[in-house]
Design a binder for this molecule. Structure first.
Ligand code: FE2
Ligand code: FE2
Length: 300
């Protein structure tokens, strides 16, 4: 780990990740963003995107989880940052609802099942879920923008939402390290396996969503990769992983290097790319291979 970072769990670390989150909060009203007019073809494309309902319900669930968890946090600064994150998720819901209403997208109402009783565990699962969704989402977003699937002005609006998710991921990764350190589980030897376990749960949950969507569509189509192939000509999984790595790096580079960063998924993506014999660009290698990363973690 680079020197100069505050020790995970220290008061300095808490101050850094909370203040950088609070200070980078943007003020805007979703309804007043520069929503573009779409011609009939583009409008039809937008309406055929199959995951607006999932996006909306993901935001709604995020709000419920953070709103339930925030009041249980004893530290006032961490609680303030967490409440701000809930406010941003409420704004995401408004943004998605506005998009659905403005462009006449049809979605089906869906029940939101009650949250599990262990709210801390639920929040942690949610946080790792955001890490997985964002890592993949950043790559999809870039490929979709480059393909001209929708006008650039629409991507400019949605970029605001993506930009806030980067901050949520950074905040979560740092909060998790701080939280574990305060529970006496700050050692890397504990953090690594615990992260791998939670990431596995998050990926399993994502697969569950994909299967549910495929079932609901009733036509055997699978969510994400294969749907993306239909939406974006020339789509390949290798190309997606490249885009995920680059976009993850580019977005995180906008924030201080003294914050902890999510490293597991980039390492996994590089590992997967190597398995396929793909060359990893020089500047994408610096955080090490998956095996080296696992070894570093186990060594402490
Ligand atoms: Fe969100
Ligand atoms: Fe979020």
């Amino acid at each position: 780990m680079a020197t100069g970072k505050p020790k995970a769990g220290s008061a300095e670390h808490r101050e850094l990740f909370c203040r950088s989150f609070i200070d980078s909060h943007l003020r805007f009203e979703p309804e007043r963003l520069a929503w573009p007019e779409l011609d009939p073809d583009m409008l039809q494309r937008l309406r055929e995107v199959p995951f607006w309902q999932e996006v909306l319900y993901t935001e709604m669930r995020a709000i419920r989880i953070i709103e339930a968890f925030a009041p249980t946090i004893p530290d006032p600064l961490v609680r303030e940052a967490m409440e701000l994150m809930a406010e941003e998720e409420r704004r995401h819901e408004r943004l998605v609802r506005h998009l659905i209403a403005r462009y006449g997208i049809v979605i089906e109402a869906r029940d939101n099942p009650p949250l599990p009783s262990d709210i801390e565990r639920t929040f942690i699962d949610f946080g790792y879920g955001e890490c997985v969704d964002s890592f993949l989402g950043f790559g999809f977003f870039r490929l979709a923008r480059e393909s001209g699937f929708l006008p650039p002005e629409m991507f400019d609006v949605l970029e605001i939402l993506m930009g806030e998710e980067v901050r949520h991921v950074l905040f979560f990764v740092n909060w998790m390290a701080w939280h574990q350190a305060r529970r006496g589980r700050g050692a890397a030897a504990w953090r690594g396996p615990a992260s791998a376990w939670y990431y596995a749960r998050a990926v399993a949950a994502l697969v569950g969503v994909a299967l549910r969507n495929a079932r609901q569509q009733g036509n055997g189509r699978e969510f994400s990769a294969t749907q993306a192939a239909g939406l974006m000509p020339g789509f390949t999984v290798g190309g997606l992983l490249d885009a995920c790595l680059e976009e993850n790096r580019r977005r995180l580079d906008g924030y201080g290097r003294d914050l902890l960063r999510p490293l597991f998924l980039p390492a996994l993506a590089r590992f997967a790319l190597r398995l396929t014999g793909r060359r990893i660009p020089e500047d994408m290698r610096e955080e090490g291979s998956l095996m080296r990363r696992v070894w570093t973690v186990l060594r402490g």
